[in-house]
Design a protein around this ligand. Structure first.
Ligand SMILES: Cc1cc2nc3c(=O)[nH]c(=O)nc-3n(C[C@H](O)[C@H](O)[C@H](O)COP(=O)(O)OP(=O)(O)OC[C@H]3O[C@@H](n4cnc5c(N)ncnc54)[C@H](O)[C@@H]3O)c2cc1C
Length: 458
């Protein structure tokens, strides 16, 4: 069998890419190891920003099917619960499995073919170039040849991790410390007449949030933490001791991980591209991955669609624009955020309150290019110094914040200088490796400081 594009994984990243390539006239096969009716079953409810859905032309959910609820703003609160920030945007609360079925129909309408219960087994590589994959259906393994193989298999990155060592698209696997472990509790309030959760409220200090669910008298109470689910649950316990939430019972618990690692520097190799969670495309501040990935998929569909017009299998060099356009924009912003987060969480509750009150960190929206970063940095330093003079901030916290934000800013500028040409890549990569080595990771903060449980009461 021969296709233009073989997509591994029929979820949000894979189906969106399939649709975008099929609409350009390419023959596309999407395969998934799961049964069609099992797709997306790992999560009942998920959220998407309406503005972002529109930007990518995504189909709208419908009442009685995949639509649950919508709200017009979300809020985040400081560790002591005294300060709140609002973010105005319309958010859709949707049922993930039903929405995935909608995306399957959408991709098929544009001509993509889907095969379920069909598992990726291994890559077929000839002369250093990916030319297809062996697929398992029941006990049978059969080769499928394609000009481009797209890995959209989520965190396991089943195809990317089988690329040969030294490939321009790195083949690293995510270790325990490279993930963020999310526990979602579906709760019902014991006095429902007194509580209505109509929008999301998050407490970044505890990495806890509360959001609407499909029943009015209930809510989703989520926590996410590096290291393990158990560690996250200790964080939730601490949160419930510190912050007052109306009494509830837990109806159901879901657990899942999101990547917490920098993406590979190159998403493409000869005849190959990786997208979505398989390349760690989640927003570092809240773990949302659907539209974070669609940003890259959108670029990939444009660049690869053009590169394949010759009728040949595209080389990494011909698809290089995917890396350049992504890394210089969202890649640079996410990289900066990922590196800054480490410093930002390493503080006490009172310090977090002070940072909220004076709007010291994370005040700009992710894609807001208009913010004067130099002025922001001056304000940050001024605010922090004032905090020390007032006895609200410890010098060691400020040192850490400045250390991480300085590295984060260097990383961002390095990504903005991503080489326009594949030939500049090795030198760029070497410097990027050095910068990331000095950035540390969120897991180090948890390991070394046990900051959360020791420092929380200050
Ligand atoms: C608890 C939790 C809550 C979340 N909430 C949100 C939210 O509200 N909003 C948001 O934007 N993001 C949210 N995310 C993140 C979001 O779910 C992911 O970023 C997104 O689903 C990733 O999509 P994907 O298509 O890359 O991978 P996945 O959704 O993981 O899909 C990968 C697909 O590949 C298939 N596959 C795997 N291995 C093989 C194989 N060997 N052969 C064939 N097929 C294979 C799998 O069966 C699967 O269908 C949440 C994540 C978690 C864990």
């Amino acid at each position: 069998m021969q296709y233009d594009v073989l997509v591994i994984g029929a979820c949000t990243a894979g189906l969106y890419f399939a649709k975008r390539m099929a609409e350009q006239g390419y023959s596309v096969l999407v395969v998934d190891k799961d049964k069609k009716e099992e797709l997306g079953k790992r999560l009942e409810i998920f959220h998407m920003d309406l503005g972002e859905m529109r930007r990518y032309g995504a189909p709208a959910p419908e009442a009685g099917d995949d639509f649950v609820h919508s709200f017009k703003f979300s809020a985040s609160r400081s560790a002591l619960g005294r300060w709140e920030k609002y973010h105005e945007h319309t958010v859709y609360v949707m049922k993930l499995p039903a929405y995935i079925q909608r995306l399957v129909r959408w991709a098929e309408e544009y001509g993509a073919e889907c095969a379920f219960e069909t598992e990726f087994d291994e890559l077929i590589i000839e002369g250093g170039k990916v030319v297809g994959a062996k697929l398992r259906r029941g006990d049978k393994v059969a080769p499928v040849h394609a000009k481009l193989v797209a890995d959209c298999s989520g965190i396991p990155a089943v195809a990317r991790t089988k690329l040969p060592a030294g490939c321009i698209c790195e083949n690293f696997k995510l270790e325990q410390t490279d993930k963020f472990y999310v526990t979602v509790n579906y709760v019902s309030f014991l006095k429902p007449e007194k509580v209505h959760i109509r929008h999301t409220i998050s407490w970044p200090f505890y990495k806890v949030w509360i959001a609407p669910r499909e029943i009015e008298q209930g809510a989703i109470l989520g926590v996410g933490a590096n290291m393990s689910y158990e560690y996250g649950e200790r964080c939730l316990k601490k949160f419930l001791q510190d912050i007052s939430i109306p009494p509830f019972r837990i109806d159901k618990v879901e657990r899942g991980a999101v990547p917490y690692h920098r993406p590979p520097y190159s998403f493409v190799a000869d005849g190959f591209v990786a997208l979505g969670d398989s390349v760690c495309l989640t927003k570092p501040n809240n773990g949302e991955g659907v539209t974070a990935a669609w940003y890259l998929v959108d670029i990939a569909a444009q660049e690869i669609g053009a590169a394949m017009q010759s009728g040949e299998s595209p080389t990494a060099e011909e698809m290089w624009g995917v890396n350049v356009r992504y890394q210089r924009s969202q890649g640079a912003q996410f990289a900066e955020l990922l590196a800054t987060m480490t410093g930002a969480v390493d503080c006490s509750r009172a310090e977090n309150d002070y940072e909220f009150k004076h709007n010291l960190i994370f005040k700009s929206s992710l894609r807001n290019q208009k913010v004067d970063k130099e002025q922001e940095k001056k304000d940050l330093i001024k605010g922090l110094l004032k905090g020390v003079l007032n006895g609200k901030m410890r010098v060691k916290t400020i040192k850490k914040l400045l250390h991480y934000s300085t590295i984060a800013s260097k990383i961002k500028h390095h990504y903005m200088d991503f080489p326009a040409d594949i030939h500049g890549y090795q030198a760029w990569k070497q410097q990027a490796d050095t910068l990331w080595a000095s950035a540390g990771s969120m897991a180090d903060v948890v390991y070394d400081k046990e900051y959360y449980l020791n420092d929380c009461n200050k």
